[in-house]
Design a binder for this molecule. Structure first.
Ligand SMILES: NC(=O)c1ccc[n+]([C@@H]2O[C@H](COP(=O)([O-])OP(=O)(O)OC[C@H]3O[C@@H](n4cnc5c(N)ncnc54)[C@H](O)[C@@H]3O)[C@@H](O)[C@H]2O)c1
Length: 431
């Protein structure tokens, strides 16, 4: 089976590499010539631990190839995975223009049976929509199937997640398509759920929405913990021991970000509205998330007073560690608030950098952590990069102007920080 992966971003590149690793011949197609040139040379255009090694191996062996030639790629491959982006539109709905373009390309260029599989996160009903788009674009009525196979990988752990998924969801109305996908994943050691396309599409949104709910729940609880003088980390630990709850996604902080949770929660809320119903819990989840960074900034203001002309060092930009992805990163909201209040902002992240956007031109990006802390009146920690757990705070106190640390990810020990002479505030975690 020759596999075509359309869209070579985070999901498409990982998907392509994992299929190559499983022994299939894979072609990666993208409209972005620069990305394709880099991939052809074995260079990954984003940061993902372990993925570039796999890329080099499979480019060298010829197991994987990359192209911008959609006509040939569609003609030469019968199994096609759609991995293009579905970003948020202004109203919160998923922007389906890239998926539509791909469906029309497939319809126009197909030369025989094709199985088209959606890995992009798409609203319920998209399988039917893609079927209609392909059919409308066809010049000749070749047979085809469209199935849904949502992706659950986590950036930063994408290789392990894609090689060892915890479940595979196949949404298909066609026995033939379900059979092909089952054989593709036959070596997987996890449950394979065969269901309808609509169910598969909703499983993906519901999963992300539930994880976001856990995060907002614990973040709001952390605000109560602050008032009650209770440590939210201990509360999370105690709660997480209950197998019905589990420990993951119960870490209080400055909120969730990334390319998935914010957009997927918004899209699901909108889907409910469009179908004359509501997801009121999720509406609150968004509200808590949108105010969580402000909760921490408020603590900074309580300590420093006006932030105008104060020098604030922001540690961490990526929306989580082990990725350079800054889409919807809470650190961006923190930086924007600080700039609005006329603070001088320095920034250090081991991997991620700010976009070339006029809005951030006042920020000084530093290549060394110590440089960012030079003469700082306060530090705000926004991403839980492991190296931030081992900062020599004794030394940094000599570098900083005022020893104030605001830990937006609760990774530092308040007692150690205070023993080092720091004023420390976490989120529901100060004891
Ligand atoms: N990033 C994640 O962690 C993750 C996890 C699970 C699911 N998803 C979902 O997977 C999808 C892709 O996400 P991503 O983060 O990989 O996005 P991305 O923006 O990194 O990559 C999308 C790629 O598609 C390409 N593209 C756009 N139109 C194209 C076209 N017509 N033909 C060929 N290529 C085209 C773009 O150039 C880009 O390289 C989204 O729906 C997302 O919600 C993402």
């Amino acid at each position: 089976m020759n596999i075509l992966v359309i869209g070579t971003g985070y999901v498409g590149s990982t998907t392509a590499m994992v299929f190559a690793e499983l022994g299939w011949k894979v072609t990666g197609l993208d409209t972005d010539k620069h990305k394709i040139q880099q991939l052809e040379q074995g260079v990954l255009h984003f940061y993902e631990p372990g993925l570039e090694d796999m890329l080099r191996k499979h480019v060298q062996s010829g197991q994987i190839q990359f192209t911008t030639n959609k006509d040939k790629a569609i003609r030469d491959n019968d199994l096609i995975f759609i991995c293009v982006g579905t970003p948020s539109r202004a109203d919160g709905s998923a922007d389906m223009r890239y998926v539509k373009q791909v469906a029309e390309d497939i319809g126009q260029k197909m030369n025989g049976y094709k199985l088209v599989v959606t890995k992009s996160t798409v609203p319920v009903g998209t399988q039917e929509q893609i079927t209609a788009w392909i059919a409308a674009a066809q010049e000749q009525a070749y047979p085809f199937d469209v199935a849904s196979n949502p992706e659950f990988l986590r950036e930063g752990k994408a290789v392990a997640d894609a090689l060892n998924p915890d479940r595979i969801i196949i949404g298909s109305n066609s026995k033939r398509a379900a059979h092909v996908l089952q054989s593709l994943y036959q070596s997987a050691k996890c449950p394979v759920v065969i269901t309808t396309p609509r169910t598969a599409e909703l499983i993906k949104y519901a999963s992300n929405a539930f994880l976001a709910t856990k995060i907002s729940f614990v973040n709001e609880l952390a605000r109560l913990c602050d008032v009650l003088d209770v440590n939210v980390k201990e509360v999370s630990f105690g709660m997480g021991l209950d197998p019905r709850i589990g420990p993951s996604f119960l870490q209080a902080g400055i909120g969730y970000g990334g390319s998935c949770f914010p957009k997927d929660v918004s899209a699901l809320i909108l889907t409910a509205k469009q179908n004359s119903t509501e997801l009121s819990v999720l509406e609150k989840v968004v509200q808590v998330n949108q105010t969580q960074h402000a909760y921490l900034i408020n603590k900074v203001r309580e300590r420093l007073g006006s932030l105008a002309n104060q020098k604030i060092a922001v540690l961490g930009l990526a929306f989580k560690p082990d990725t350079d992805d800054i889409r919807e990163a809470p650190a961006l909201r923190v930086i924007e608030s600080l700039l609005n209040e006329q603070a001088h902002v320095t920034l250090y992240d081991p991997v991620a950098s700010l976009p070339a956007d006029a809005a951030y031109k006042a920020v000084t990006e530093c290549s060394k952590l110590e440089e960012a802390l030079q003469a700082a009146d306060a530090v705000i920690l926004c991403t839980e990069w492991p190296i931030f757990k081992n900062i020599d705070w004794g030394h940094m106190k000599l570098v900083m102007s005022q020893p104030n640390v605001f830990d937006g990810r609760n990774i530092l020990d308040p007692r150690d920080m205070r023993a080092n002479g720091y004023y420390y505030q976490g989120i529901g975690h100060n004891g």
